[in-house]
Design a protein around this ligand. Structure first.
Ligand SMILES: [Zn+2]
Length: 283
């Protein structure tokens, strides 16, 4: 219950017209026809399997495509992306949410942290795009939640659980870079919750999850706008229909596939440059 009474013009104040915060019409254009042409004759060059409750890293050259594929059973994945040449530039889920929406799909981009602020990847296909928005406000592939982590789990349950997505991503990055877990951990960031079905409750606006509609064969496909290092965790929550941060739920592996584009199809295409803002901060 609120502590303070509404003012007499409360209804009028509440009736202010909502505006989209950013001039998103001015976003750099996204040439979907170019991507479609490039993927027409693309060739799979590698794949890797992410075991349940575990994480793996993968590299994707600029101009290549990668897919995250559901295999064997419904499973949610937590994705981190870095500039392969500079871990300080990484996926910026908060800005991606502001520029696109709470959940992302085909045509949306995964933006990088400042001062880069450029597309790291563009979503080119999403077999779950049919889901749209549920009556309860749910959507797929969210950028509103963060990864499950052992610290929050310990705070809430008093238990040590070491296969949360945060830990899986940390170990995978540490192993890929040959660095200590403590050193890798600071680079692990808020994720794209691949295949996860989430939203905010309509009465209390709390973050909720429900069983993902993903089924084996479903995939989300990305175009790598720059050379990427990715890390994917197969969340211990499985389809996230009951719990996470424990071993209670049935979990399945995920597949990552890397594709080389059709030869010559990206002629004239260049990786996006970092933000043109000078970075002087007005000084
Ligand atoms: Zn997780």
């Amino acid at each position: 219950m609120p502590e303070y009474k509404p003012p007499i013009d409360a209804a009028q104040r509440r009736a202010a017209t909502p505006l989209i915060c950013y001039s998103v019409d001015a976003l750099p254009t996204c040439d979907m026809a170019l991507y479609e042409n490039a993927r027409e004759g693309m060739e799979k060059v590698s794949e890797l399997r992410v075991a349940p409750r575990d994480g793996e890293t993968f590299e994707v050259p600029a101009g290549y495509f990668f897919r995250i594929v559901s295999i064997e059973g419904p499973q949610v994945g937590d994705l981190n992306l870095w500039n392969a040449a500079d871990l300080s530039e990484r996926f910026f889920s908060g800005k991606t949410r502001q520029l696109h929406a709470t959940h992302v799909s085909t045509g949306n981009r995964l933006w990088s942290t400042m001062p880069g602020l450029r597309p790291l990847a563009t979503i080119t296909h999403d077999t779950l795009d049919w889901y749209g928005w549920g009556d309860d406000g749910s959507g797929i592939h969210d950028v509103i939640g963060t990864r499950c982590d052992p610290y929050t789990n310990f705070m809430l349950k008093g238990l040590d659980y070491n296969n949360c997505c945060h830990s899986n991503l940390t170990r995978a990055l540490a192993s890929a870079k040959g660095i200590a877990a403590e050193e890798a951990e600071v680079h692990v960031h808020d994720v794209l919750n691949v295949f996860m079905c989430t939203g905010f409750t309509q009465d209390t606006h709390q973050y909720f999850m429900k069983a993902s509609p993903v089924r084996p064969g479903d995939f989300i496909e990305f175009f790598a706008e720059i050379g990427l290092l990715g890390a994917l965790s197969a969340c211990p929550g499985g389809d996230c229909g009951s719990s996470h941060s424990d071993d209670a739920t049935q979990c399945y592996p995920l597949l990552v596939e890397i594709f080389k584009p059709q030869e010559g199809a990206l002629k004239g295409w260049r990786p996006p440059v970092r933000s043109g803002y000078s970075g002087r901060h007005g000084i």
